[in-house]
Write a protein that binds this ligand. Structure first.
Ligand code: PMP
Length: 377
């Protein structure tokens, strides 16, 4: 037990938090950091200038609370979704918060909570379960197939058996990288509605990197469906902390019952608005990252790794071993670290995850990957 865990446990803390560690990837100072699915490209200088301008303007009004309902920002986000998502989205359909983590927290505060449960198909984004715990929502771990896909029939059965109040579907999924087809999401939505009306949250944090389309058009006629998005990945603005959702306006009304008043600072709103003005430039980097992601998949396979197909800005891979059992992942993780490359061990047996970086970073990663698999032979 770590020193901080025992210090925490000396407090009269909630029982379910005893012995737990905070979520977070190691922030190590190494030359090539490809472990947190960040966008490797710094914001372009004209955007930095625009942010400074907008923030200066906002600073003049910091004696006042910010726009509590973030109307201008929600209007711009709705326009972005309408333009790129294949479905008209109005400002009343959109809600924004400090990162999609906060969006998810607000959704669980509104639709989960004590006596209720949320279900996700794991391995997936572990914060879904952790935010559930933090909001007093019971967590149910549903299975994925051996190749990390979701079988619609068995997933629907898991929902019918467990009767959750909230269902998470992450597509493209983190950490595996694969997307969930629209028909599967529809089958899960139907399953979730037939037991009792449950909310289905589709976490599309990585959708801009996908070979396929957003599931936004599925919102039509589905009042219990929520699509969650973020500016942390495609917009290259993880430090901004801006996530958002699209859903029926009633869902937006519901999360306002639990949000803290003025949760989005005037500085955050100003910065996000500036970034949205530069959407096309930022989406240009997404195209480069998609090409690099595809290169990582091809080159890793050519080197002999087992690689999960990826629709995200990262790739899951492992070393195949005789008998079909994958090799232990942590030793491989350490091998990369010793070569100055930080990748992620998400705890998926035999698998590691690498984020697509700049071409130079990816070259360094691939050199290390080729050397490590040779050593393993
Ligand atoms: N959803 C998924 C699937 C993620 O991987 C992440 C971040 N790694 C998030 C949501 C949260 O992102 P943020 O809070 O930065 O928007």
């Amino acid at each position: 037990m770590s020193e901080s865990t025992s210090r925490i446990d000396a407090l009269p803390i909630r029982a379910e938090l005893r012995g737990k560690s905070p979520y977070g990837a190691p922030q190590l100072d190494v030359p090539v950091r490809l472990n947190t699915n960040e966008n490797p490209y710094p914001l372009p200088e004209p955007l930095v200038e625009r942010i400074a301008e907008r923030v200066r303007e906002a600073a003049r009004g910091l004696n006042r609370y910010p726009d509590r309902d973030a109307v201008e920002l929600r209007t711009r986000l709705a326009a972005y979704l309408s333009r790129t998502g294949g479905h008209p989205v109005a400002p009343e359909n959109v809600w924004a918060a400090n990162g999609s983590n906060e969006v998810i927290q607000q959704l669980l505060q509104a639709f989960g909570g004590p006596g209720r449960t949320a279900l996700g198909f794991e391995p997936s984004y572990s914060m879904h379960g952790l935010i559930a715990r933090g909001t007093g929502t019971g967590w149910i771990s549903g299975p994925r197939a051996g190749d990390f896909t979701l079988d619609p029939e068995s997933a629907a059965r898991t929902i019918a058996e467990n009767r959750p109040d909230v269902v998470f579907v992450t597509t493209p999924n983190n950490p595996t990288g694969n997307a969930v087809p629209a028909e599967t999401v529809l089958a899960l939505y139907e399953a979730a509605q037939s037991v009792k009306p449950s909310m289905v949250i589709v976490d599309e944090a990585y959708v801009e990197f996908s070979h396929g389309d957003s599931l936004l058009p599925l919102l039509a006629g589905r009042p219990h469906l929520v699509i969650s998005r973020t500016m942390s990945k495609a917009f290259g603005a993880a430090g901004l902390r801006l996530g958002y959702l699209a859903a029926d306006p009633a869902v937006v009304d519901a999360v306002q019952l639990v949000r803290l008043p003025y949760h989005l600072s005037a500085i955050t709103q100003a910065t996000a608005l500036a970034a949205l003005e530069h959407t096309d430039t930022l989406l240009g980097y997404v195209e480069q990252l998609k090409a690099e992601r595809d290169r990582l998949v091809t080159e890793l396979r050519a080197a002999g790794y087992e690689v999960t197909a990826s629709d995200a800005n990262f790739v899951q891979f492992g070393i195949p071993a005789p008998g079909g059992e994958p090799r232990e992942a942590h030793a491989l993780w350490e091998g990369f670290l010793a070569r100055g490359v930080l990748v992620r061990d998400n705890g998926v047996p035999g698998r590691l995850r690498v984020s697509a970086g700049t071409p130079t970073e990816n070259d360094a990663f691939l050199d290390a990957a080729r050397a490590l698999i040779k050593e393993d032979e």
